[in-house]
Design a protein around this ligand. Structure first.
Ligand code: AMP
Length: 216
């Protein structure tokens, strides 16, 4: 089973993907996380990627396609993927389709998380990520406590693109380039729309029910 978690920036895709991965024994492929790993290496490519991410625009399809080929050609991940933040435009969608056919795989379901713009902005501005364990928290909606996090509080960081100016441009990029790909999956009857305005565990319960029904 391969899944796509779809939605605007700040919809909670990463948080939900982490829950689904544990419950259904899948691998999360976040192209954003893979790009941030490259940035950490401080290579020329990493610097180029950083400048695009900080502007809130999409990184080139060639860079993304190279990352995805490595994943889909790896037997370890065969039919066990949940894509978070990919595909992001029509070209990536078509390329994914070709690669899935080439590696004898398919998408079982596209879960679209719907959230209002005002909530998105608050979620992004409050987001904190632990650079040690990777867990995602939120100053407003899911604060760090001694129970939910055991790493040094100094490892909690904000993303460099989680600022008010970049959020607006990321949201516009989403409307302009990413949202149109929904039609592609709607036509294949793969789309499940989810109201993602509520609490994390309510949303994950709805998502897990949908995934469980695919497995049945
Ligand atoms: P995310 O972590 O998914 O919020 O992505 C952060 C940023 O990484 C985006 O604003 C883009 O600049 C870049 N990015 C992530 N995934 C993709 C993708 N599939 N295609 C192009 N750019 C991407």
């Amino acid at each position: 089973m391969n899944l796509i978690l779809f939605g605007p920036p700040g919809a909670g895709k990463g948080t939900q993907a982490d829950i689904i991965v544990k419950k259904f024994n899948l691998y999360k492929i976040s192209t954003g996380d893979l790009l941030r790993e490259e940035i950490k290496k401080k290579t020329d490519l990493g610097n180029k990627i950083k400048s695009m991410i900080d502007k809130g625009i999409l990184v080139s399809d060639t860079i993304i396609n190279d990352l995805i080929i490595k994943i889909l050609s790896d037997n370890k991940f065969y039919n066990r993927l949940i894509f978070d933040g990919y595909p992001r435009n029509i070209n990536q969608t078509k390329n994914l389709d070709l690669l899935l056919k080439k590696y004898d795989q398919k998408i079982s379901c596209v879960l679209c998380l719907n959230v209002e713009k005002a909530t998105i902005i608050k979620r992004i501005l409050g987001r904190l990520i632990c650079s040690n364990c990777g867990l995602i928290f939120n100053e407003y909606f899911y604060p760090v406590t001694k129970i939910n996090h055991s790493c040094d509080p100094k490892s909690l960081k904000k993303r460099s693109d989680d600022n008010e100016k970049t959020i607006i441009s990321r949201f516009e990029t989403y409307l302009d380039k990413t949202l149109p790909i929904l039609d592609f999956y709607k036509k294949q009857n793969l789309l499940h729309e989810i109201n993602a305005m509520g609490k994390i565990d309510q949303i994950s319960e709805e998502i897990c029910d949908i995934i469980a029904s695919l497995e049945a």
